[in-house]
Design a binder for this molecule. Structure first.
Ligand code: IPE
Ligand code: IPE
Ligand code: MG
Length: 241
């Protein structure tokens, strides 16, 4: 395992492929989502072991309302059930849970569950788990701009960053999308400006510690230049001026 300073410090994941995982087994799509919750539990533990400070996952997009009603309500039940079952363990493991997204579109039952889970785990500091639920990158940017406009504040890169629903922490270093698709699907549009992207063919329920380590190893092999030349970056790491 690489030295924890090597990062990634903030990992983002588009957990995609649950439906296809289930269809391949002639199971209902919801069985894939259920299995996906188990995968998330494992990956959260693996991230904590690897000293990743922040994990941001995409669980339900603004566009996922367009799915069949049965799947949407199944996903809402799954979230409510997972909160009821898992929060005490997450609390023990030092995980701080945060939900990012438009809560006004969610039922009272789900909203109460989210707030309670956040309050229960607010003092934890091993790993912050941001669950993006009813989230869209465009929604996030628009709501940040609307907040600033309502307060009559200037719109700058810094003020917008601070008004993002995700919060003003460091941007993701690495973004993994499972399920074999090569797109962001409206995830973290603002924060992923300089994020390293990694696409895994594995369906999310099959994604495991080994696959995670493979993604992290590839991240370590990348050269993050942030607009500079390779020579500048290599030189800077030898003698920071
Ligand atoms: C991702 O898996 C989970 C959600 C979007 C809620 P999908 O349900 O999109 O799985 P596929 O892409 O259909 O296989
Ligand atoms: C993105 O996956 C959203 C989540 C993983 C929650 P989708 O399966 O909804 O994305 P598209 O529709 O294939 O772009
Ligand atoms: Mg999908």
């Amino acid at each position: 395992m690489a030295h924890p300073d090597a990062g990634p410090h903030h990992l983002a994941i588009v957990m995609d492929g649950n439906g296809r995982w289930a269809s391949k087994r002639f199971l209902p799509r919801l069985a894939g989502h259920k299995q996906g919750v188990d995968t998330l539990k494992r990956i959260v533990r693996a991230c904590a072991q690897r000293h990743i400070a922040v994990l941001t996952v995409f669980a339900f997009s603004s566009e996922n309302w367009n799915r069949p009603q049965e799947e949407v309500s199944g996903l809402m039940d799954l979230l409510a059930g997972a909160l009821a079952r898992e929060v005490s363990q997450l609390k023990q493991d030092g995980v701080r849970l945060r939900f990012v997204g438009d809560r006004s579109g969610l039922s009272e039952r789900v909203r109460v569950g989210l707030s309670r889970a956040e309050l229960d785990t607010a003092d934890n500091d091993v790993l912050t788990l941001n669950v993006c639920f009813n989230y869209g990158g465009r929604w996030e940017i628009a709501q940040a701009a609307a907040q600033l406009a309502a307060r009559g504040e200037p719109i700058t890169e810094t003020s917008l960053s601070q008004a993002m629903a995700l919060g003003a922490g460091p941007d993701p270093d690495l973004l993994i999308r499972t399920g074999g698709e090569f797109r962001l699907s409206n995830f973290l549009l603002w924060q992923s400006a300089y994020t390293e992207l990694y696409f895994s063919p594995a369906f999310w329920p099959d994604f495991d510690e080994q696959a995670l380590d493979q993604a992290i190893a590839e991240y370590h092999a990348r050269e993050r230049r942030f607009g500079k030349t390779s020579a500048q970056v290599t030189h800077a790491s030898v003698s920071p001026v």
